[in-house]
Design a protein around this ligand. Structure first.
Ligand SMILES: Cc1cc2nc3c(=O)[nH]c(=O)nc-3n(C[C@H](O)[C@H](O)[C@H](O)COP(=O)(O)OP(=O)(O)OC[C@H]3O[C@@H](n4cnc5c(N)ncnc54)[C@H](O)[C@@H]3O)c2cc1C
Length: 408
């Protein structure tokens, strides 16, 4: 049986940042990272908007507000240090009606409380900065940037390996058992072109669970009695036709619904020079159900048994149905972006990959807004790490290190 001091589950950006932090802190320990796919960042990290958030939206004092602000600086510093591509292109939040103008005022204030320096623009000033964008007003946040999170994750894992860490790809953790000396980890290892599967058993003194969409399941496997479940929300994108690559100079966001942890369909300059539109937020029919037609019956059955799902659906019925309608009818989706960018036409929206957010929901149906950790004597679990967790990965890794120190 293979032994390690610390085993990290999950090769997304949170797992990678954690692996790097822990090998730097404990250079003599045997640290292993297990990932079920054959390469890093195949789920949330590799399917997101690629934005380094500045921390506009988050409740002041929350973990999201703290870690996002620090994460922005550290992500940029890391990219500078290792010459990875990033751009601090700034973002505009655009209000297109009176209700949004009012909500924009409170968001502007929140932004100031979060120690950012937003700048208010009237309709003319907005037009000057962004000739293709129309709105009654907007505010400007210069700190926001863009990056390639797949490259960043792969780079962190390469650093981890260079410092003596081990990465085991194609290892899907299927069982966990805590005992006095640590955790017994059973993993199904896929190998060869036929995808032959063999069972492997590992022993680790400590386990860190960074498995994103599966994090609640791994915590439950460890025997933890958790009071939330991960609910998958698909975010569908379109790619703008190439002729629109210069349509905006900055990232363009709508004013979001303050009740929901989703930011609304935005125009995002990607680090490769393309522009995406999205993502929306529809309940996914499976945790990895990336296509509209994908259905995972086991995932749905679990979701339907979860007590939190019904109050959550009731509470968000109107917005949920709207999102579904706009997902089915491209014209509905188009209207969301035309509100602030009227020159985009239906034929400009080209197919693009979707992503699925791992959103923790409490047993009484509340969407859990902040990052959340749960632990046992021998393990620590990242229970909720939705956006802006890619931006915040390095401070999250520091928090994991602090909690590990207290537990180990
Ligand atoms: C559509 C969308 C847009 C977003 N936009 C942004 C953005 O612009 N900026 C931002 O900061 N954040 C954004 N986010 C959020 C951000 O992408 C996530 O918060 C972040 O990537 C979470 O990283 P993670 O490592 O926790 O999870 P993941 O990237 O999902 O990684 C978890 C890993 O665990 C592995 N795993 C799962 N189960 C097992 C198992 N049993 N055994 C072994 N391995 C396992 C998975 O294969 C996966 O690789 C967005 C998210 C989505 C979905």
């Amino acid at each position: 049986m293979k032994q390690s001091d610390i085993c990290i589950i999950g090769g997304g950006i949170v797992g990678a940042a954690t692996a790097l932090k822990l090998i730097q802190a404990f250079p003599k320990k045997r640290i292993v990272l297990m990932e079920k796919e054959n390469q890093p960042a195949r789920h949330q990290t590799g399917r997101n908007s690629g934005v380094i958030h500045a921390g506009v939206y988050y409740q002041p004092g929350s973990l999201k507000a703290q870690y996002c602000r620090e994460g922005l600086q550290r992500t940029i510093a890391y990219c500078k240090q290792f010459d990875l591509p990033y751009e601090q292109c700034g973002k505009l939040l655009v209000a297109t009606n009176d209700a949004e103008m009012e909500r924009m005022q409170s968001l502007f204030q929140r932004c100031q409380e979060n120690e950012l320096r937003p700048e208010m623009l009237d309709a003319n000033q907005l037009k000057k900065r962004e000739p293709n964008i129309t709105g009654l007003g907007a505010f400007w946040v210069e700190d926001t940037g863009i990056v390639d999170y797949i490259k960043l994750t792969a780079h962190m894992l390469a650093q981890f390996k260079a410092k003596g860490g081990e990465v085991l790809y194609s290892h899907q953790v299927t069982a966990l058992a805590e005992n006095e000396s640590g955790v017994t980890i059973t993993a199904a290892q896929k190998s060869g072109s036929q995808d032959a599967v063999s069972q492997r058993v590992y022993q680790s003194q400590f386990l860190v669970n960074c498995s994103g969409l599966q994090s609640d399941r791994l915590a439950t496997m460890m025997g933890l009695d958790i009071d939330f479940e991960i609910i998958p929300f698909r975010g569908e994108y379109y790619l703008l036709a190439e002729k629109h690559n210069q349509v905006v100079n900055h990232l363009i966001y709508p004013i979001p619904d303050p009740e929901l942890p989703f930011l609304g369909v935005h125009l995002t300059k990607m680090i490769d020079g393309t522009v995406t539109v999205g993502p929306n937020a529809v309940l996914a029919m499976g945790r990895e159900a990336y296509r509209k037609t994908d259905v995972d019956l086991a995932d749905i059955a679990q979701m339907m048994r979860f007590s939190g799902i019904w109050p959550m659906l009731r509470k968000n019925l109107k917005s949920g149905l709207n999102e579904m309608k706009n997902s089915v009818f491209k014209s509905g989706y188009l209207s969301l972006v035309q509100k602030y960018c009227p020159s985009i036409r239906k034929e400009d929206l080209l197919p693009y990959r979707s992503g699925i957010r791992a959103q923790a929901v409490s047993k009484n149906g509340e969407l859990i807004h902040d990052f959340k950790f749960v632990s046992s004597a021998r393990s620590l679990h990242v229970g909720n790490a939705p956006s802006p967790a890619a931006t915040s990965a390095m401070p999250i890794a520091d928090a994991i290190y602090d909690r590990c120190l207290a537990l180990m």
